[in-house]
Write a protein that binds this ligand. Structure first.
Ligand code: CO
Length: 138
């Protein structure tokens, strides 16, 4: 079952500049930073009343965030739903004919298990499923 919107991912060119803007212009405090090699990105998190904002900066030239920035520039990159059963949720999407970016969950930020649904199948919005339970292998 989908529980809530966990976070909104925003692709940025410079994490430092974006963090400063969020702190100065919006008065939000950066909760933590993290690098996820599997996603070739480093992130900064803000809490906006329970829903997090995840700023994403690419760490290489050919990762998903780098490619997104090349095509679209900075902007909203994905919407993440929290689920209590990511396998079942992925299976539901597959059964509904949804194109999957990940056939099975991968490691995401915060030690969570995540999987993306392709934006072609989800109204143009890259959609992330993320589990409540942390990744056991990390
Ligand atoms: Co995310």
């Amino acid at each position: 079952m989908i529980r809530r919107i966990d976070h909104i991912g925003i692709a940025v060119k410079s994490l430092d500049a974006a963090v400063e803007m969020y702190e100065r212009a919006l008065g939000l405090r950066c909760l933590r930073r993290e690098e996820v090699p599997e996603q070739q990105a480093r992130m900064a998190f803000f809490d906006a009343g329970g829903t997090h904002i995840e700023l994403l900066e690419p760490t290489g030239d050919d990762g998903p965030i780098a490619r997104f920035l090349e095509r679209h520039g900075e902007g909203i990159h994905h919407l993440a739903f929290e689920t209590d059963d990511i396998e079942a949720q992925l299976e539901r999407a597959r059964a509904a004919g949804c194109r999957l970016v990940h056939e099975r969950p991968v490691a995401g930020a915060g030690g969570k298990r995540i999987a993306f649904l392709h934006p072609r199948s989800t109204c143009g919005v890259l959609t992330e499923l993320c589990s409540i339970r942390p990744h056991r292998d990390r």
